[in-house]
Design a protein around this ligand. Sequence first.
Ligand code: SF4
Ligand code: SF4
Length: 581
Amino acid sequence: MITPEQLCEKIEEIYHRKGKAVIAIDGRCGAGKSTLGAWLAEQFHARLFHMDDFYLQAHQRTPERYAEAGGNIDWERFTAEVLEHLDDPEGLTYHLFEHKGFTLGKAVHAARTDITVIEGSYSMRPELTPYYDLTVFLDIDPAKQQERIRRRNGEEVLQMFIQRWIPLEEKYFLELDVRNRCDHIMIINGSLEGSAEKRRTSEMTQLTEEFVTTLPKLGFGLMRLPRLEDGKTIDVEQTKKMVDAFLAAGMKYFDTAFVYEGSEDACRQALVDRYPRESYYLATKLNAGMPGLTEETAKQEFYTSLERTGAQYFDFYLLHAIGKGNIDKYNNWDIWGFAQEQKAKGLIKHVGFSFHDTAEMLDEVLTAHPEAEFVQLQINYADWESNSVQSRLCYEVCRKHNKPVVVMEPVKGGMLANPPAPVKEIFNQADPHASPASWAIRFVASKPGILVVLSGMSNLAQMEDNLSYMKDFKPLSEAEADTVKKAQDALTSIPSIPCTGCRYCVAGCPMQINIPSIFSAMNTNLVFQNKERAQGSYNMATRGDHGKASACIKCGACEAQCPQHLQIRDLLEQAAEMFGE
Ligand code: SF4
Ligand code: SF4
């Protein structure tokens, strides 16, 4: 026997594990199935389906069908219209049953919810149970059953129940062993009201569409905070002024990470210690991919972040920079489950991840982890069609999985704030007063399904510029979108190395040279003339076991694999020169 409160706890457990739950309630007529279904639906903001809406239509009511245990329900239609579409992001449409004439009634739409409740006799037909996460059998003493039906429907209807409907139900329960096949048995005595505290559904449900559309679209990225003259220490006083301006403009979302040196501490001083906790949203990240970590030290990052920020809980918590190189750690150490545990304790409101790899891999990760509520992606107009970053493709994967997107690098690490001259000219002609950064940020913020666009602001002037167009954000008009398209074309026409990032060349290189990443660093210099950033990318690409460009022994194995027929050996010579080897 299970109590209503225990049942709610079971549902919460499933939800926290899977990010969704389907509950079926079967049992004897008069036992309170519809009452329990409605109560659960209210507790969890769930959608509710009644098996009564799937009675047989006139032409299906044959003696053979009624002879079948539980055959008096159109389980085939219930499967086709409802169960097979439970995960459809746009919800599902099914038909009500019209008792008059035993026909199909009007079609109704049920929006997608994370919790689904199905109530009614015959919901435990074996064909239906694979779709369920939890099943309940509602029982009732026969005398009480008759008394309830009499009270509810009158004496005449009670006699119909006794002669026809109760025997049919009993045959179904017996032949299909329904009571024993249910996970839990429950008896409802008295009213359900007040017997369980209201679920904290706002915390349980995943990010709602309303939340996503109404959240102010500029987020304060705390990775590139202003520094004092020593170039190292964060300028907390200037950071405080930036935080004040940001919140005063109505913005709410702050993004830091365990690995952003000094950032979580500065966040505490400039934000957490100075503003009511509920007046902002704070995101931070756990990075399991750093060298030298163990499962224990990786998980410890969460507690350290809590302590450093003093935030008590995180509104958004991310598994940091997921890609092929580190996904095994997140999986093997079950960082996913760890984050859900913290969420169940109320220490995290929403769990997601930031991602740096192919759209194909992103699709796999989101399929394996439907509990992830949002994804942080590098999206900007320069990388939109990039073969290596795959901004557009990754964004489309998130849309397919109905996951809101947090945008990082909308200005491509600052490069689009000072784009190449032909791009600047296009923007200037369209609007001489708008900064290049404003075009970049508005481009991404205008896309549907964007939760927030992070801008890693480094001084008050950048903050003020961002706020000037994001405070009363207006999506790009059609003409403005055309302007950005022209800018994208202008960028593409600047000569660069046409490497598609396919990486076919990498596996056979005896010197383990990270060829496509070196070419990407060269392109940063060629297209944006940003030597400093290019050098940083080159240093990253040649870390650890990866050979430098000058390590190439000119064996040619890579060129034999390159579908673009690039003269890789010559290009690596140019790279060695460009990066001063
Ligand atoms: S030519 Fe150079 S880059 Fe290409 S496989 Fe040989 S060593 Fe590696
Ligand atoms: S095979 Fe060619 S196109 Fe592909 S990553 Fe290597 S250099 Fe680039």
